[in-house]
Design a protein around this ligand. Structure first.
Ligand SMILES: NC(=O)c1ccc[n+]([C@@H]2O[C@H](COP(=O)([O-])OP(=O)(O)OC[C@H]3O[C@@H](n4cnc5c(N)ncnc54)[C@H](OP(=O)(O)O)[C@@H]3O)[C@@H](O)[C@H]2O)c1
Length: 274
């Protein structure tokens, strides 16, 4: 097993494990493998339909629950007053207890933003989650969320990989004292095809995925890669055990463009940049 050192950013372990689109035994087995290899930060969501499988994998791992950092997200369909708290109760039941971090999965309409944040805060007060955060929030929305929650949100989970320029959003998160988590950190494999990343990987004797993840980690961003394969999970963890030079970091940063999004639902059109 690779040796690696985990740090925490705003209390969040700086390497997570993604579970979308895994369900049933595939989700259970992947999470068990990730735990076996030493990962303790696990990312799920109501939308993924796998909270029961993730909860089962954690409970049956033999590792104490308090060693984990478990994240789930409230589905957009549950964001309203009538369903928010009921949906969180169901998540907690399926996951086997309160979570460490509860996120709003996608920003609601502007007029619904503050009520949704108030419901999120209430879940923390009720003890259903230790920490709260958001996902897919733009810089403007993040500032609003920070203000409305009196600075208690600790995280924005967003698409973040070498093919997408997110430097402004990262600067905003840093300014507000929040952690960014990187979903699709490998751009679902597309980042591994970059000639720049392949060249750096070859020169360093690393896998392209390790280089892409290292570029994320070295900016203080928390990747949550998903893999069903033990050798890929182990190799991804190796990103914690080497460093990229400033020149290599800059070369990878130059690849990204603002239009490099993979996840871009039509109803978010026009909302990313403001
Ligand atoms: N908040 C949100 O709105 C949101 C949106 C999307 C995703 N997410 C979260 O972010 C997680 C990660 O994103 P993602 O799963 O979409 O994309 P990803 O982690 O960028 O890519 C996953 C793909 O990369 C492959 N892979 C993993 N490690 C590899 C390696 N070392 N070498 C080659 N291929 C490798 C996996 O295949 P193998 O199984 O074959 O290894 C899988 O097909 C999700 O699972 C989910 O938890 C959140």
């Amino acid at each position: 097993m690779a040796t690696f050192k985990l740090d925490r950013i705003c209390g969040i372990p700086n390497f997570g494990f993604g579970t979308f689109p895994l369900r049933g035994d595939e989700a259970f087995n992947a999470v068990r493998t990730a735990i076996d290899l030493g990962i303790r930060h696990i990312d799920t969501a109501q939308m993924y339909g796998n909270e029961r499988d993730v909860g089962r994998a954690i409970r049956q791992s033999g590792v104490a629950r308090d060693a984990f950092f478990l994240v789930t997200k409230v589905d957009p369909s549950n964001i309203g007053q009538d369903r928010f708290s009921e949906s969180v109760a169901k998540s907690i039941d399926e996951l086997g207890g309160p979570v460490d971090l509860l996120l709003i999965h996608w920003p609601p309409e502007d007029r619904e933003l503050e009520p949704a944040l108030d419901r999120l805060t209430l879940e923390k007060q009720k003890g259903n989650t230790r920490e709260i955060g958001v996902s897919n929030f733009s810089a403007r929305m993040l500032r609003k969320a920070h203000a409305r929650t009196n600075g208690t949100i600790i995280n924005n989970q967003v698409e973040f990989h070498p093919l997408l320029d997110q430097h402004e959003l990262l600067a905003t998160a840093r300014e507000l004292g929040m952690a960014l988590s990187a979903y699709c950190p490998l751009a679902r494999g597309a980042a591994l095809k970059s000639k720049i990343i392949q060249g750096i990987a070859q020169r360093l004797g690393r896998q392209p995925a390790e280089v892409a993840l290292r570029w994320i980690i070295q900016q203080g961003v928390i990747p949550v890669p998903m893999s069903t394969k033990r050798h890929n999970i182990a190799s991804n963890l190796s990103a914690l055990s080497f460093e990229l030079s400033a020149e290599d970091m800059a070369a990878i940063s130059a690849i990204g463009s603002p239009s490099g999004r993979l996840i871009n639902p039509g109803w978010m059109a026009g909302r990313w940049g403001n």
